[in-house]
Design a protein around this ligand. Structure first.
Ligand code: FUB
Length: 357
């Protein structure tokens, strides 16, 4: 029996004992809009790309960690990356072998969080955050000659990149941009002065009148391994042209920046953290400034929310995660649904649950 049949048999056995209905509805009775891409493992923070006609999804390989209430993010203790792929949306999903493990990255000590990948000139690049031995989140890059890995990490983190949730956008002219950052457990506030300050800002982020911290952006060098320029803020403005404030909890940037481009317009989306929305803003350049437009995804089951947006088979898709299979914050599953832009480019808000008839 191959690996997939074994896992399907295990799932069937689990459903037989736990009851399939428990899989189909959230604890509060709502029905899920989509089902997990895989039940073989917990897989979160999905970053999807089409490489050579096949869909590849990069993400966090969730595992059970220690109780984690005393420190933001402490329970996310991932130790390796795996890649999912499929030849079409809705087709069978392949879970590839480990793409690389924590021990392969000499500088990384713990917590392999949300990654992303890019392709250039026959090479694949996996961008990933991890804490170093001083407990500081940094961002590394690993390279490989196949989209599913294996990937070999560079010996040091990318100079000038920090915090969490790297994502790469490759523009139509071939220029590649790295977006990153996440507040609270992602430590972005500790870099507000340009250097890492372990005492900075951890409890001071939601000030109603202070500008919120913004995601970071920098163009990548031609070899995709370093930053080609100083990091700048991807500034998000409200409808009056003012930077979002720390107190705008239902829209300000928390983590998980992602850029997609459609019909010449640049869309930046992100998670609002404790209010659990995926929201977005648009701009005419990849640097911004971006103007807030609205919500893409209403709260999913689970504390975190994270997504990527990719055009697959001529249809825009939203890859996201929730805790359907575990109902536990740190054990998440990736899903995919269609995403629709209105005539004026606005994104139609998605409810991850099916409305009751
Ligand atoms: O997976 C760990 C962290 O949870 C990610 O880096 C965040 O975006 C959130 O999804």
């Amino acid at each position: 029996m191959n690996r997939r049949l074994i896992s399907l048999a295990a799932l069937a056995a689990a459903l037989a004992t736990s009851g399939a209905a428990a899989q189909d509805r959230a604890p509060d009775g709502r029905a899920y809009l989509a089902q997990p891409l895989t039940t073989e493992l917990y897989f979160a923070d999905p970053s999807a790309h089409v490489f050579d006609g096949r869909v590849y999804v990069y993400g966090s390989h969730d595992i059970q960690g220690p109780p984690a209430d005393d420190q933001p993010g402490k329970g996310f203790v991932m130790k390796d990356y795996v890649v999912l792929s499929m030849d079409r949306i809705g087709g069978p999903v392949t879970v590839h072998p480990v793409a690389f493990a924590l021990a392969d990255a000499p500088w990384a000590d713990r917590q392999l969080w949300a990654p992303d990948a890019a392709y250039k000139d026959g090479r694949y690049y996996l961008y990933f955050p991890a804490k170093d031995r001083d407990g500081v989140f940094r961002i590394g890059v690993a390279t490989g000659d196949r989209p599913e890995g294996p990937f070999t990490p560079e010996p040091t983190p990318i100079p000038g990149a920090y915090s969490i949730d790297p994502s790469v956008f490759v523009d139509t002219d071939g220029a590649a941009y790295l977006y990153f950052g996440g507040i609270h457990g992602g430590q972005l506030q500790r870099w507000a002065g340009g250097q890492y300050d372990p005492a900075a800002g951890d409890t001071d982020l939601n000030q109603p009148d202070a500008a919120s911290l913004m995601p970071k952006v920098a163009r990548l060098s031609d070899d995709m391994l370093t930053l080609a320029e100083p990091v700048r803020d991807a500034v998000i403005l409200d409808e009056n042209g003012q930077p979002l404030k720390g107190g705008h909890l239902d829209r300000r940037f928390f983590e998980a920046a992602w850029l997609h481009k459609r019909e010449g317009l640049y869309y930046l989306s992100w998670s609002t953290g404790e209010t659990h929305f995926i929201t977005y803003a648009t701009a005419t350049t990849p640097y911004g400034p971006f103007t807030y437009r609205g919500r893409i995804l209403l709260p999913v089951q689970g504390w975190t929310t994270h997504r990527s947006i990719a055009e697959v088979e001529g249809q825009w898709r939203l890859f996201y995660h929730d805790t359907q299979l575990s109902n536990r914050t740190h054990l998440r599953s990736a899903k995919v649904v269609d995403l629709h832009h209105d005539a004026d480019g606005a994104i139609a808000t998605i409810d991850p649950f099916i409305p009751a008839p």
